[in-house]
Design a protein. Sequence first.
Length: 65
Amino acid sequence: MSDTILSILVLAAIALLIGAAAWWRRGMRKQAALMLALALIIAGNVAIWIVPDRNGAAPADGALK
């Protein structure tokens, strides 16, 4: 279950990056910057969940079990 959620979050971050690039090209700089910021926040949250600690266990490994 947690793998599915993390996968959806990664796909959302990618979609936000693509959307931000599209808005940037259209001159909507503020919206593009906000979408980029949200994509970075999502990527940071995913990294927190999948990066293992000193014991070699990632927080996502024990979640929802």
